[in-house]
Design a protein around this ligand. Structure first.
Ligand SMILES: *Cc1c(COP(=O)(O)O)cnc(C)c1O
Length: 377
């Protein structure tokens, strides 16, 4: 079945007792036990809830995994997955990982003795060199944030497998519509469903999918024990958002391509990063492992003044953090997502004062281009 059809007919087409086409919101904390001696599927909503189960089944199916898990945020998903490791373990992490992921590793998990090394995973040799006797996992993001760097997920997962490491991929930017890391050899996928899966800038939610039941049992132990689970209404909004993922991303991605090509010729723009552009450093690898360039791009203006002016003058892009909504968002990484990063480290990674990241929404591309042209003058 084509992915677009699977988004609509995903095993939760009708609710059995009423025929309802929408997944019911089961707003309850506990479930009456019909037989106090017998195990029943649901007993307490931290451990499981039918609304949550529907979303967990849907994301597992879309990513092609064995088990899905829903969490209260993308960071709750990532932190809970990292919770399967122990003090003394070591994790190799791609250099431009999501800021929150770096923060939880560098603060919370460091205090608990989980060690992390950041490397530039666009060069696979750096992964091999970073492996130590206590290395247990490789944590990747491709395309990465905010420079849209591409890691070869198939080759990186293969290196991880040689060394017995679990490969975890944050697939937030691509979504399973455009990229399915488990098919490329990864073991666990995590998502901020706050972004494209929810798709409407109205919910904070996270997801994880494991390739095997065995890994699923380890993640479930953390989900149930740690308890960072989402509320039924937020789950319902995410299920609804997922139904339109294909049409949204098709349109947003087409707009991103148009804007990236237009920006590439603009006199006040110095560089454009978009994996769908043939000139992008990782375009060939990205084309091999995914089904499109996605809806996020970043660009550098020629001067800082132009970047700052763009953010104050654009009328159609919201100057904000986050991405993946139906409304176009323009982020300024130096004062937003990467404000906490020391200047030298930022500059070394190319996160300069001239860098702007755009998440394309559903506005008409020509309107966005006209607005951006005005704002860049
Ligand atoms: C937003 C984001 C997260 C964190 O998700 P929250 O839902 O904000 O907790 C993790 N990874 C990536 C790539 C993100 O963009």
């Amino acid at each position: 079945m084509d992915f677009g059809t699977l988004l609509i007919h995903n095993g939760h087409d009708y609710e059995e007792t009423t025929g309802a086409i929408g997944v019911p919101v089961i707003q309850t904390s506990t479930f009456a036990q019909t037989d106090i001696d017998a195990h029943q599927e649901y007993d307490y909503a931290r451990s499981g809830n039918p609304t949550r189960k529907a979303l967990e089944d849907i994301i597992a199916q879309l990513e092609g995994g064995a088990r899905g898990f829903a969490f209260g945020s993308g960071m709750a998903a990532t932190s809970s997955v990292l919770g399967i490791f122990a003090a003394g373990d070591h994790v190799i992490v791609c250099e431009d990982i999501y800021g929150g992921t770096w923060r939880i590793l560098n603060t919370f998990y460091r205090r608990f003795g989980l060690e992390a090394t950041l490397v530039d995973t666009t060069n696979l040799d750096n992964i091999r060199k970073a492996v130590k006797p206590n290395t247990k996992a490789l944590f990747l993001e491709s395309p990465s944030n905010p420079l849209l760097k591409i890691t070869d997920l198939r080759a990186a997962s293969a290196i991880a497998k040689e060394h017995g490491l679990i490969t975890i991929v944050d697939n937030t930017f691509a979504t399973p519509y455009l990229q399915r890391p488990l098919e490329l050899g990864a073991d666990i996928v995590v998502h901020s469903a706050t972004k494209f899966l929810g798709g409407h800038s109205d919910v904070i939610l996270g997801l994880a999918v494991t390739a095997t039941d065995a890994l699923g049992r380890r993640v479930y132990a953390v989900q149930n024990g740690f308890g960072a689970v989402p509320a039924p209404w937020d789950i319902w909004l995410t299920i609804r958002g997922i139904k339109t993922l294909k049409v949204r991303l098709d349109a947003e991605q087409e707009t991103a391509g148009k804007i990236a090509r237009w920006l590439s010729t603009h006199p006040n723009v110095a560089a454009v990063s978009y994996p769908g552009l043939e000139t992008h450093h990782g375009a060939a690898i990205h084309a091999r492992q995914s089904y499109g360039g996605g809806a996020v791009l970043s660009f550098k203006t020629k001067t800082t003044a132009v970047a700052r002016q763009f953010l104050s003058k654009t009328k159609l892009a919201a100057p904000a953090v986050s991405l993946g909504g139906v409304e176009t968002i323009a982020s300024y990484p130096v004062t937003m997502s990467h404000a906490a990063m020391p200047l030298a480290e930022r500059e070394q990674r190319g996160i300069t004062d001239t860098l702007i990241r755009i998440s394309c929404g559903l506005e008409t591309a020509e309107d966005l281009i006209a607005d951006f042209d005005e704002a860049l003058r």
